[in-house]
Ligand binder design. Structure first.
Ligand SMILES: Cc1cc2nc3c(=O)[nH]c(=O)nc-3n(C[C@H](O)[C@H](O)[C@H](O)COP(=O)(O)OP(=O)(O)OC[C@H]3O[C@@H](n4cnc5c(N)ncnc54)[C@H](O)[C@@H]3O)c2cc1C
Length: 376
């Protein structure tokens, strides 16, 4: 039986193994951490990605641990509503704890799972097979390798070698907290050079994120993240200060992505998810695209065999959409992080006069897309 090594047990790697479940390949997933786990707060999963989970029979398992977004408000920092819309797709827009999504995926994956296996390098042998070298001193030869190893992908460096990801000028803090809000409440609030988003998880819990323009990897010490955020957001509308105050663990990242480039595969090695097309989270599509990509890659392998032709077809089908999303997300981030007061006032005015229906139409192409209908 031919063997596929998937490097990285994140959303992309696990979903790929699930999509390949009924194929005739033996999947191995190699994860550098000592356990398969997701750190992080909440994740929004849009209907386009839920189509994949529906196709592989996991929709109900995921909905069971999720909250559904019923209304999305765009607001000013004082709480004035600029716009209100409701997702109107045939599948819901949901939010859940990252750990819950990970648990569902892990429970349904059919693969050999290897923790504490950090890939150091990959080498193509004369036979066409691929030899993986791990930092724990072991190695493994397989028929194909999928680099689903995220933003700082080692496999990408061997295939594309385009250096580090690009910092986009702002940081994001995230947390999860119980709050007395309507169950399906979602919002994004615009300030000057800063924003806050809120999404509903299950059981009265809400995920939130906050952004600020600042240098790469700026430290929050000595005051700490909570105090730093309160300095910026304590006079923002309910429940923003309360969410910050009541959240136990606050995470922080400097936001980076990459300029989209083709060339996702070389011989029998191919990239998936953030390793191929990392994006800023302004459209909430990074994970969703990893899920879509996993579905397409599995279909291409089913159709064309475990061959370079399958990898080329996957890239041909997936690249244009990921490129569009990465670019649109970057633009949305720029608009959201505008700092000049007059320009921000104009932005807010535009948001308030464009009918919500039109806004929804603009984003339909991202969220209403059905990858399972793609002819591979
Ligand atoms: C602040 C923020 C908010 C976001 N919100 C959303 C959202 O709401 N919705 C959404 O769809 N997306 C969101 N995203 C994006 C989403 O988190 C990513 O796109 C998604 O996690 C990518 O999945 P992946 O499997 O490609 O990579 P990852 O999830 O990064 O997984 C990579 C895995 O590979 C492992 N690994 C790395 N290197 C090696 C190695 N050398 N050897 C072995 N294992 C290795 C890592 O430990 C990890 O487990 C957000 C991102 C950020 C930063």
């Amino acid at each position: 039986m031919k063997e596929i090594a998937i490097i990285g047990g994140g959303i992309g790697g696990l979903t790929l193994a699930i999509c390949l479940k009924n194929s005739s390949y033996q999947c191995h997933i190699y994860e550098k951490n000592t356990e398969f786990r997701e750190v992080g707060a909440a994740i929004s999963v849009f209907p386009n990605a839920l189509k994949v989970f529906q196709a592989v029979g996991l929709l109900d398992n995921i909905l069971r641990v999720s909250g559904v977004v019923e209304n999305v408000f765009l607001k000013t920092q004082s709480g004035r509503i600029l716009s209100k819309s409701s997702p109107h797709y045939d599948l819901p827009t949901i939010c859940l704890h990252r750990t819950d999504l990970h648990t569902v995926l892990l429970e349904n994956v059919k693969a050999e799972l290897h923790t504490h296996h950090q890939v150091a390098s990959v080498e193509t042998l004369d036979t066409g097979k691929v030899n993986l070298v791990f930092t724990n001193g072991t190695h493994k030869t397989v028929d194909a390798v999928v680099g689903a190893d995220g933003l700082h992908s080692v496999i990408r460096q061997q295939i594309i070698n385009d250096g580090s990801s690009v910092f986009r000028g702002y940081s994001i803090w995230r947390g999860v907290c119980e709050m007395d809000l309507d169950a399906g409440y979602g919002s994004e609030t615009y300030g000057n050079g800063k924003r806050v988003g809120i999404v509903p998880i299950k059981d009265g819990q809400f995920g939130w994120w906050a952004t600020l323009n600042e240098p790469f990897m700026q430290s929050d010490e000595p005051e700490g993240s909570r105090q730093r955020l309160l300095t910026h957001f304590s006079d923002w509308h309910y429940p923003i200060p309360e969410l910050i105050r009541n959240t136990k663990h606050i995470l922080k990242n400097s936001l980076t992505d990459r300029v989209p480039v083709r060339g996702w595969s070389k011989g029998m090695a191919v990239l998936l998810g953030d390793a191929a097309h990392p994006t800023t989270p302004n459209l909430g599509q990074g994970g969703c695209m990893a899920i879509e990509g996993a579905y397409i890659l599995a279909k291409c392998i089913d159709t064309y065999g475990l061959t370079p032709a399958a990898f080329a077809r996957y890239e041909k089908l997936h690249f244009p959409r990921t490129e569009r999303i990465v670019k649109a997300s970057l633009q949305l981030g720029k608009i959201g992080q505008l700092k000049n007061r007059a320009i921000c006032a104009l932005r807010n005015l535009l948001i308030s006069i464009v009918p919500a229906r039109l806004n929804m139409k603009l984003i339909d192409s991202y969220f209403a897309y059905d990858v399972t209908k793609l002819v591979v």
